[in-house]
Design a protein around this ligand. Structure first.
Ligand code: AR6
Length: 178
């Protein structure tokens, strides 16, 4: 896959890659989930398919416990990564894009909260998809800008941060943003 080293500051390396996030080997893989945590299409469907039933079982457990009403938009929570080559999946819920209302703070929160959870777990590496840039309709340029700006501005011990982009349009937007 195409790769470009985008940023290297204070021990944090931010890498932009093209590919399928389920093929990444990283401590944590981030899922662009929905509030139900019970799966869906896009990257969510791919992660559940590749990771196997252990991820869904852990999500169902969260729904029976702490997240009985679902995971709120902008928050993040970790589960097992099942069969994926990762230790954890960090599920986050991006906002649905709106042209009328600025929901950028919620999208930024997804990246910040995912890194906070990763720090709690002691993850050294994390792979992010382009949260909200698919089914949720966020324009690629803006999604990329918010993603790159937010991780760079977040204090974290996660040294290896990757954005794994599935299509050329989103990949190009992230490369420009970086
Ligand atoms: N690896 C990396 N990126 C991927 C992959 C993959 N295997 N598959 C898709 N993408 P989306 P959202 C890209 O729709 O917009 C689900 O149904 C995709 O091309 O997965 O946050 C959830 O359950 C796009 O650039 O997530 C929610 O209901 C990016 O991942 C809803 O979709 C995000 O697209 C969430 O929508």
């Amino acid at each position: 896959p195409a790769e470009s080293r985008a940023c290297l500051n204070a021990g944090m390396a931010v890498t932009i890659l093209k590919g399928d996030i389920t093929h990444q080997s990283a401590d944590a893989i981030v899922n662009a989930a929905n509030s139900s945590l019970l799966g869906g299409g896009g990257v969510d469907g791919a992660i559940h398919r590749a990771g196997g039933g252990a991820i869904l079982a852990a999500c169902q457990e969260l729904r029976r416990g702490r997240y009985g009403r679902g995971l709120p938009t902008g928050q993040a929570v970790a589960t097992t990564a099942g069969r994926l080559d990762a230790r954890w999946v960090i599920h986050t819920v991006g906002p649905v894009y709106s042209a009328e209302e600025d929901r950028s703070a919620l999208l930024a929160s997804c990246y910040r909260e995912s890194l906070r959870v990763a720090d709690e777990l002691g993850a050294a590496s994390i792979a992010f998809p382009a949260v909200s840039a698919g089914v949720y309709g966020w324009p690629a340029e803006s999604a990329a800008d918010i993603a790159v700006r937010t991780v760079r501005a977040t204090a974290t011990a996660v040294g290896d941060i990757r954005f794994v982009l599935f299509n050329d349009e989103v990949l190009a937007a992230f490369e420009r943003a970086a």
